[in-house]
Design a protein around this ligand. Structure first.
Ligand code: FMN
Length: 182
């Protein structure tokens, strides 16, 4: 038989779980999850270049080749992708940390002084990056305060320069090292 005090505890716990967790706790928990980072670029309907640093980017499917990531509803890069339909995702490695922080800022000309070439679709491809994906937008779904974007990979660039990989962890970049076999 369940005692009345145990029952009260379960009800209180159920009520607590039905509320959203504290936003700072949520951010704190996610800050402990190491993630890869990409710089997304696109071009707005009026021809302005847009770009944002993103840690939510990952592989979704190989057949067909799909990627998925989230962008805040307020993102200028989101507007550009929705209107243009194409984007590129550049894999951030150790030499690109400053560029990644620049593309995480707002209100600046992020492309000023940055080397790039235009893709056949008019998307800026940042030439400092060894690895990037060229994608077309398959689906956009408003989800909470973000939009969930699914892209189909049209082409990948894999320059063989082997830059040291980095992960975003506890609000800064960390160099990734292979764990030695035990
Ligand atoms: C490491 C890192 C990862 C980020 N990941 C995301 C993300 O996944 N989605 C997002 O909307 N913003 C993310 N941001 C924030 C955007 O880069 C930032 O809001 C940027 O200013 C958006 O630019 P825009 O408004 O010109 O598109 C991240 C920032 C950093 C530093």
């Amino acid at each position: 038989m369940i005692r009345a005090s145990t029952m009260q505890h379960f009800v209180a716990e159920e009520n607590r779980l039905e509320r959203s967790p504290d936003i700072e706790d949520l951010k704190g928990a996610f800050s402990r999850l190491p993630s890869g980072v990409v710089v997304i670029t696109s071009t707005s309907a009026c021809g302005e270049f847009a770009g944002a640093t993103v840690s939510s980017f990952t592989s979704l499917s190989f057949k067909p080749p799909l990627v998925v990531f989230g962008l805040a509803q307020s993102s200028a890069t989101l507007s550009a992708i929705l209107s243009h339909g194409h984007f590129a995702a550049h894999v951030v490695a150790e030499p690109h940390q400053d560029l990644a922080m620049r593309f995480a800022s707002s209100g600046t000309d992020k492309f000023n002084g940055v080397d790039f070439k235009l893709s056949p679709f008019g998307v800026p491809l940042l030439t400092q990056f060894d690895t990037y994906f060229q994608c077309t937008l398959e689906r956009a779904q408003p989800t909470g305060d973000h939009q969930l974007l699914v892209g189909r990979v049209l082409d990948v660039s894999l320059a063989g320069r082997n830059a040291t990989p980095v992960a975003w962890l506890q609000r800064s970049f960390h160099v990734c090292e292979r764990v030695t076999a035990l």
